[in-house]
Ligand binder design. Structure first.
Ligand code: GLU
Length: 579
């Protein structure tokens, strides 16, 4: 009798535990106006901040077991692929920074998608004209060779502690048992955030079961994805880049009706993630480090910070005309350089050192005056090729960022993307494929001069993704941050760092602070927030202002004297948690 009771009790508590994992109860707070309440997370030992509570909790379980930051990151990414499929996953690409606390060594990794070898610089032109962006993104044409799996495996080989296959268990279980569709995903399907979603068979069946949009709150299973994960768990990255999964990707890309692509199995088999030198600069007493080309994120965030370093922002209120004005002017100058010089440095000469050169930026900062400067021209940084033409490539909000600190103080900061929400809308083996190649310039030249970010075979499109880390003067990791948001990512990340460093905010306050951004055009103010009240004051000094939705997804961790503090963006449904 006693024994049966114990057994029964164990069974009940086990099923409570698993039902918790498989989400039989409501998982998400109300997301009515597109914002949820977020409170500062505090911890002593370790922490995860990501765009979804399932992912954050799964990551914490790995850290609890003694996993390193990359171990937890693999679990977080795989769970995100399942529960936030619109934003990132193994069908996409990513950039990351790893801080090895014992050896005090920072590494950065490039898992960006590559153009297939058959792609030409006119990939996005038809009859001599640039394609419509919305038509270009759907189907196979814009699918780059995915980089996430190769990158995670590379970092795991260097810094992983737990076995690779163990890191797949949570995502497999959740995919088989079911998870709750988040309000963010439900709304993105319902609102047709990507108008092409449903055009291709597998995503139609998955996101529109019985012909109806998958609704928030539904418990959903993804057994195909579970099978895919089982294979990669068993075979490693090879199980993704070679064999049936690779073949399925290539077939789906080339068979996409109306807009097929050009990928081959050789493109898949030859993909390699690359470890590259991080891009660092001093900002006051701190060292800030980001990712170099092919993302523009590291260099452009650093430019904004350095252009503002001598402006003593702390003397102004964060939400003031003065602060927004200065931030917008720095943004204009930095984005002008970004548009002209930044692309994949494996293919074009990117003057990385010149673009973050102290004296060059000191000169550029002199262009910031009391009135708006109008459209900024790119400067001529040391060692630059001044003949490049400005590149334009619109980016839409999707993507995800997560930050992790483990028990040993190692850190991982990763931004991961399939580009547009739902990527190319082509789904294979339970996951979506990216449309990252639309981050290339559609035009290949202007006035006879080449555009640095034009399509070339095997090249990686320029990105804005900006995973960052900040170190204090003793070389201690004190902050990890990053965000989605297309090319506005750069503004979001720079502004959040200034919130913490200049305005002494905690990381949650800095993330929640209403946004103002400028990408060398209008000064955008976040609608339905106090930032909108800056409009008149900014217009009075010459700004063209647009009040609009500014959908960041900042997820950061800060180490203070009291311990770890984490923040999650109220504009998404994520969570920061630690122990
Ligand atoms: N594709 C963009 C990039 O690589 C990110 C898109 C987004 O954040 O929505 O910069």
């Amino acid at each position: 009798m006693k024994k049966t009771r114990i057994l029964l009790f164990t069974l009940i508590s086990f099923s409570l535990l698993t039902s918790n994992l498989s989400a039989k109860e409501a998982r998400y707070p109300e997301f009515g106006n597109g914002r949820i309440p977020q409170v500062l997370a505090k911890a002593n030992e370790y922490m995860v901040s990501s765009a979804n509570p399932y992912a954050t909790e799964a990551g914490l379980r790995i850290l609890e077991k003694g996993g390193s930051a990359i171990d937890a990151a693999i679990t977080v990414q795989l769970v995100l692929n399942l529960v936030e499929p619109e934003s990132s996953g193994i069908g996409g690409g990513a950039f990351s920074l790893y801080w090895d606390n014992e050896n005090k060594k920072l590494s950065s990794y490039d898992g960006r998608e590559k153009a297939p070898m058959l792609a030409t610089e006119k990939l996005f032109q038809e009859d001599g004209k640039n394609m419509n962006w919305w038509e270009a993104l759907a189907g196979g044409r814009a699918v780059g060779v995915p980089g996430v799996v190769a990158m995670l495996e590379k970092v795991h080989k260097q810094h992983g502690k737990l076995p690779w296959a163990d890191l797949f268990e949570d995502a497999i279980k959740l995919a088989e048992d079911g998870f709750e569709i988040s309000p963010k995903l439900g709304q993105s399907i319902l609102n047709k955030t990507n108008p092409a979603l449903g055009r291709y068979e597998e995503s139609w069946r998955y996101f529109f079961p019985n012909g109806k949009p998958l609704a928030a709150g539904t418990i959903k299973k993804n057994p195909q994805f579970a099978m895919t994960l089982r294979r990669i768990a068993l075979l490693g990255a090879k199980g993704f880049y070679k064999g049936q999964i690779a073949m399925d990707i290539v077939t789906a890309v080339n068979a996409a009706v109306d807009n097929p692509g050009l990928m081959t199995v050789a493109d898949m088999a030859n993909y390699e993630a690359v470890e590259r030198p991080p891009v660092c600069a001093n900002y006051k007493v701190y060292k800030v480090c980001g990712m170099g080309p092919p993302t523009s994120g590291g260099m452009t965030v650093i430019q904004i910070l350095k252009l503002l370093e001598d402006k003593d922002l702390a003397q102004y209120q964060p939400l003031s005309v003065e602060s927004a004005h200065l931030f917008a002017q720095a943004g204009k100058l930095a984005y002008a350089d970004r548009g002209k010089y930044m692309a994949d440095a494996d293919f074009v000469n990117v003057p990385v050192e010149g673009l973050i050169d102290e004296s060059y930026l000191k000169e550029r900062a002199k262009l910031i005056g009391e009135k708006d400067m109008g459209k900024a021209e790119a400067g001529v940084p040391p060692n630059a090729d001044a003949n490049w033409k400005q590149s334009k490539s619109p980016e839409q909000p999707s993507t995800t960022h997560f930050s992790i600190v483990d028990k040993q103080g190692n850190g991982f900061s990763m931004t991961s993307s399939i580009e547009m929400a739902f990527g190319s809308t082509v789904m294979v083996d339970g996951f979506l494929l990216n449309n990252q190649l639309t981050d290339f310039s559609f035009s290949n030249e202007k006035d006879g001069n080449k555009i640095a970010n034009r399509v070339q075979p095997g090249k990686r499109p320029r990105s804005s993704m900006s995973p960052f880390m900040v170190f204090d003067k003793d070389d201690q990791l004190v902050m990890l941050i990053g965000s989605p948001g297309g090319s506005r990512i750069i503004n979001y990340v720079a502004k959040t760092m200034l919130g913490v460093i200049e305005w002494n905010m905690d990381i949650q306050e800095a993330i929640s602070m209403p946004h103002y951004v400028n990408r060398n055009g209008t000064t955008d103010l976040e609608q339905d927030t106090d930032a909108a009240s800056l409009k008149e004051g900014l217009e009075a000094i010459g700004h063209k202002v647009s009040v609009r939705d500014l959908n960041s997804g900042l997820h950061g961790i800060v180490r203070t004297e009291a311990g770890l503090e984490g923040g999650a963006d109220p504009r998404r449904v994520g969570k920061a948690l630690g122990k």
